[in-house]
Design a protein around this ligand. Sequence first.
Ligand code: SAM
Length: 330
Amino acid sequence: MCQDSSVISTAERYRRFAREAAPRSPIYAAWSEAIAGDDELLALIDTLPVADRQPVLVLTAARFTGLSPRGDVRTWLEGEWDAVAAVARARATQTNDPRRTGPLIAALQGISGPIALLEVGASAGLGLLADRYSHVFAGPSGERRIDPLDGPSSLELRCELGAGVPLPGRMPDIVWRAGLDRSPLRLDRADDERWLRTLVWPEERARAAQLDAAIGIAREHPPHLVAADAVDGVAALAAHAPADATLVVWSPAVLVYLAPAERDRFARTVAGLPGNWISLDGRRVLAGVGERADESLPGADGDFLLSRDGHPLAVVSPHGERIDRWAARD
Ligand SMILES: C[S@@+](CC[C@H](N)C(=O)[O-])C[C@H]1O[C@@H](n2cnc3c(N)ncnc32)[C@H](O)[C@@H]1O
């Protein structure tokens, strides 16, 4: 038994991930459990910077370098460690999930006028193409389908609504869009596209098919992406938005990567811009939002919150396929 505390903590990290991953991916759960029980593999992983030891990053890097879903994770990591480590050091978890555009459309219902959409942490920019996808919102009182203006899309996204969640009524009129990311994934680079696809977990065929369709749409309508930091770059990019449209800054699943002081700085920067800010974050990521939600939308710490201008709007599943509850006053 290895007594090195960093090895023990990495083992715990992988064991915990194995439990969390099991319902979504028995393969990732089994690989993670195997790693957690193997001191040699843990020692290899501990040669990485702490931030790069996270299970999703290492397992994606292993698959990216050639580990097949039916392969043996021990043999692969032992034999190919240098290649796996190079990918884990160079890449980040940049999962881009088009399903998050369902909650975005729901939040945009309360904003009038043509929209200039600016996504922060845009990855490959698939979250900027909300109006290019068909959306089916399904709640207890019925379903509503919202198609792009030029007709049904090759990608149909379903968003389940809980009781009391309003059915969105219209597709927003997005007249300008741009994204920033500290390291945007470029779909014209084969390795970036392959990394994006490899970030989908092995058994998730429906997600892989959605991603495939979204990539096809993004190729036809490539969103403008710039490499910039969330806090330092947002105002400069916002300055390019047309003045006759309502600027909406959209920050799904990104602010968790910022230190708390940087999140505050981001919130202050965005509050100083014209227009609105819609975010989707873990419940405890944005301090003010989480506290307000404890009053208006009480729930579990693991919830994700959709917020508009710092006010909680809804409890949402992390990837946006469900809006469970809506704030009484929106
Ligand atoms: C989990 S992905 C989410 C991607 C996309 N927003 C979505 O919801 O599908 C987080 C993205 O944020 C980016 N990111 C993390 N920290 C950032 C920062 N400080 N400035 C800009 N982008 C950042 C990462 O590169 C990554 O592409």
